[in-house]
Design a binder for this molecule. Sequence first.
Ligand SMILES: CC(C)(COP(=O)(O)OP(=O)(O)OC[C@H]1O[C@@H](n2cnc3c(N)ncnc32)[C@H](O)[C@@H]1OP(=O)(O)O)[C@@H](O)C(=O)NCCC(=O)NCCS
Length: 151
Amino acid sequence: MRIVAAEPRHAAALANAHARCFRDGWDEHVFGNWLQAENTLVLLAEITELQIAGFVVIRSAADESEVVTLGVVPEHRNAGVGMSLMQGAMTSAVERGGEAMFLEVDAGNGAALRLYRRLAFVEVGRRRNYYRDCEAFADALVLRRTLMDGN
Ligand SMILES: CC(C)(COP(=O)(O)OP(=O)(O)OC[C@H]1O[C@@H](n2cnc3c(N)ncnc32)[C@H](O)[C@@H]1OP(=O)(O)O)[C@@H](O)C(=O)NCCC(=O)NCCS
């Protein structure tokens, strides 16, 4: 498994992986747009050509980068893939002049929170009832870390 920058030919595989990670999956065209967008980087964890274990999309503005989405397909979870993707994302952000990274996460997403806390992200905000799933609401946490003190 290696972390590489995604290319347009990966759009279908990315959409397939995203749909396996999130209820509202993004289609191939959405990924096609991300892959062409300015100031956006898509990294993937590649197992073999066009077979991917996970992905991360980051978007940069001025000296801040945002994690737009991160996912690891179920059969490759808990094996360090998410950690490798985030470390790759942070390294790329620093190379592009990034000084801080932030993201939003469902306050009930224990797996993601553990990963982000391991990476020294800290809570800087909470959006109450931000996510809605049928009749249930969940808070969103805004997490941030500086990128100047290593990964
Ligand atoms: C969140 C997600 C990306 C984690 O990816 P992963 O490859 O399984 O994570 P890693 O194996 O790199 O694990 C990193 C840390 O998180 C912990 N972790 C991962 N899954 C966990 C789980 N289900 N419960 C508790 N801790 C978990 C690991 O134990 C590890 O911490 P540790 O080193 O202290 O043991 C993955 O579960 C996923 O894709 N979930 C669905 C999509 C999603 O929620 N994305 C994030 C949206 S903000």
